[in-house]
Design a protein around this ligand. Structure first.
Ligand SMILES: [Zn+2]
Ligand SMILES: [Zn+2]
Length: 445
């Protein structure tokens, strides 16, 4: 008996069906690519959490942590509150989250949502690059709400020198207008437009103010950096920057570095670090130089340079607000060796003290040596807990002694009598472990 239908005769059944690869998370389109509204990676991450109706912190702890164990170690509140800000930057966390997000969403080239394209130009510690707290233009958020759009934070808002919204002529906010608190970089609730503390909207209306010309220029220049950072024709590296400076000095100031610096309002030997020692410029240095030469940052890294006609003196100095530590890589290795040695030392010190002894900060150690930091912290906690237990045991024994002393004086060891003696030694029966010791002592004959 023949089959009812021979499938090999049907062309449709033989045609290979292309099933696109599936991603673990929704693959949302990043907002405003190639425009001043180009979204930041943290913003996309929070929007993705919202699409899955979960908290961003839960998404990172459970999904990102599982996909990439290095991210799993970051599941603690200080990371979510402040350290996560560097996910938008050009350091370790930016690299980790870009590759995790690309893997989980199947969307490539997400490094343009961070400042990773600039990692070969700016100092490794990202000096003065990122704002200390999340910032936003309340009017932009208000407009997003009116249009029914999901809240999206452009990358430029995260960049420290960008301090105003040129479109709405207002300064960026970094405190909730209702409760005056700063916001965590990764909130529990998946909406960056809602205050993490009082749950009120961060959007609002502002009366436009006259922004100083220099501030408007800085905003334009930072936007130029973000919009062009993925351009194929650019070579964004320190060498290109150095050669640009050399060429400008020779064409504009006939090779006279001091005259060049003076015309721009720089320190006399301001160029020596870049040209002689290979020191990288901070973002404020780059912007100051670009302002003086009247060029946009992306032009510095372009294929050809137009000659500056006249140098402009800086109207005010852009400050590196975050006076971050500059630690050369070889010194960092010595710090690592020192930290490893401390793991076997007799005395366990708190990490804050270790950092202070090295002239560093706790957050520096946590950023560069996360594993050692965790081990040192754990070690100190275990030792501190044991010390505290010993101390409490000593105090409890003292209560038993005091009860014995009162009895020896042929008096009843009432709470008042015992407390009177304990107060002299800065103890009290109000402390639960001492009260329990007192009850035990009373039962003793
Ligand atoms: Zn705005
Ligand atoms: Zn609030």
């Amino acid at each position: 008996m023949s089959a009812l239908w021979d499938f090999s005769l049907d062309e449709d059944c033989q045609a290979a069906v292309h099933v696109p690869p599936r991603s673990a998370l929704f693959s949302l389109l990043p907002g405003g690519i190639g425009t001043p509204q180009q979204e930041s990676l943290l913003s996309l991450l929070v929007r993705t959490s919202r699409a899955h109706a979960v908290s961003p912190r839960r998404l990172i702890g459970k999904v990102f942590g599982k996909a990439m164990p290095a991210i799993g170690k970051l599941d603690y509140s200080t990371f979510y509150r402040s350290l996560a800000g560097t996910v938008n930057g050009m350091g370790l966390y930016a690299g980790l989250f870009v590759s995790a997000m690309e893997d989980l969403t199947g969307r490539p080239s997400l490094d343009c949502l961070t400042l990773l394209p600039w990692k070969e130009v700016f100092p490794h510690n990202g000096q003065g690059l990122l704002a200390r707290h999340p910032r936003w233009c309340p009017v932009c958020l208000y407009r997003q709400r009116l249009l029914g759009e999901a809240t999206s934070f452009p990358l430029v808002w995260a960049i420290e020198p960008y301090r105003a919204c040129p479109e709405h002529a207002c300064l960026l906010d970094d405190h909730c207008p209702h409760c005056s608190k700063t916001q965590p970089y990764l909130p529990r609730y998946p909406d960056l437009g809602i205050c993490s503390h009082c749950r009120m909207p961060l959007s609002g209306i502002r009366t436009p103010i006259a922004l100083p010309e220099f501030q408007s220029w800085v905003c334009k220049a930072v936007t130029d950096m973000v919009v062009h950072q993925s351009d194929a024709g650019l070579s964004i590296c320190f060498d290109r920057f150095r050669r640009f400076v050399e060429e400008q000095v020779s064409t504009v100031a006939e090779g006279n570095r001091a005259a060049f610096c003076k015309a721009l309002g720089f320190h006399d030997r301001g160029l020596n670090g870049w040209l002689n020692k290979g020191e990288r410029p901070s973002i404020t240095h780059l912007l100051s130089l670009c302002y003086g030469l009247n060029v946009m940052p992306a032009e510095v890294f372009g294929a050809s340079w137009s000659q500056a006609t006249a140098l402009r003196l800086l109207p005010s100095r852009l400050k590196d607000r975050n006076a971050c530590l500059r630690v050369p890589p070889e010194h960092r290795q010595k710090i690592q060796v020192h930290l490893i040695a401390l793991l076997d030392a007799n005395d366990a010190l708190p990490v804050s003290e270790i950092a202070a002894n090295l002239g560093l900060t706790r957050s520096y150690l946590r950023y560069w040596f996360p594993e050692l930091y965790a081990r040192l912290t754990k070690r100190f906690k275990v030792v501190a807990k044991a010390r505290s237990r010993e101390h409490r045991d000593r105090q409890s024994s003292r209560v038993v002694e005091v009860v014995g002393q009162i009895r020896a004086n042929k008096e009843y060891p009432s709470r008042r009598r015992v407390n009177r003696l304990l107060h002299k030694e800065r103890m009290s029966l109000a402390q639960p472990h001492l009260f329990q010791a007192y009850l035990r002592a009373l039962k003793q004959p």
